[in-house]
Design a protein around this ligand. Structure first.
Ligand SMILES: C[S@@+](CC[C@H](N)C(=O)[O-])C[C@H]1O[C@@H](n2cnc3c(N)ncnc32)[C@H](O)[C@@H]1O
Length: 215
């Protein structure tokens, strides 16, 4: 029982911050397991043409690939990660896009994004906020870096479904979805709430557009 608990704690730790060989395997598993969810989040971003967009906490990089496919050759994709292992994996996998300047990889955090104010047309962040204690700070950062006409998509697993997963009791913050919506609204977004499918326990997409500021 203690061994199983230690294993689950190890998995939770790797999911929150993939490291080393185990972290690289986690990156591959994330891409397989979350492909549909991440792609739905990128679709909901409606990034077009020469947009500047970012995936924050891109893990194995499936969202970077979707974003690169969704913007034109003049578009620019940014990936932000706290994990050096995920950054190294993405630098290898996407070396041509990095070399051509279409993709920039940054070491950084949701709570301190490596961008100037109002420079991104869209940001996705999927399966990340479970690892962030300072949600208000994270969403204030999303609001700060996004243009007035931009949008952000926050993807979260269904808390009840996630609570049944044996590793989530090891430090995951499974917030009720209305609490996450409130936090996004508090940061200045109008929020549309969708599920990625009609299936029981389907993940949630929270699509935020900045509330227009008075001239
Ligand atoms: C469960 S994985 C999800 C990866 C990918 N978005 C997906 O859905 O497959 C969580 C990722 O978020 C990253 N992460 C954790 N805390 C972060 C933070 N504060 N800022 C940016 N990324 C973070 C981790 O390094 C990890 O790669």
């Amino acid at each position: 029982m203690a061994a199983r608990s230690a294993l689950m704690a190890g998995i939770a730790k790797q999911l929150g911050h993939p490291r080393g060989v185990g972290g690289r395997l986690v990156g591959i598993a994330l891409n397989r397991g979350n492909r549909g969810f991440v792609r739905a989040a990128v679709q909901a971003l409606h990034a077009d043409g020469d947009a500047a967009v970012a995936d924050v906490g891109f893990g194995g990089g499936v969202g970077l690939k979707s974003l690169l496919d969704s913007v034109s050759r003049a578009g620019r994709v940014h990936g932000v990660e706290v994990s050096d292992t995920m950054l190294e994996q993405a630098a290898k996998r996407f070396r041509r896009d990095v070399a051509s300047g279409r993709l920039a990889l940054h070491s950084g955090s949701l709570t301190r994004l490596p961008f100037a104010d109002g420079v991104l047309n869209g940001v996705v962040t999927v399966n990340t906020i479970y690892f962030v204690a300072e949600l208000e700070q994270a969403f204030a950062e999303l609001a700060r870096v996004t243009t007035q006409s931009g949008r952000v998509v926050v993807g979260v697993g269904d808390p009840a479904t996630m609570a049944k997963m044996p590793f989530t009791s090891h430090g995951f913050r499974l917030r009720p979805v209305p609490e996450v919506v409130d936090a996004l609204e508090g940061a200045g977004f109008t929020v549309e709430h969708r599920r990625i499918s009609a299936a029981d326990g389907a993940p949630h997409l929270l699509i935020g557009t900045p509330v227009p500021t008075k001239a």
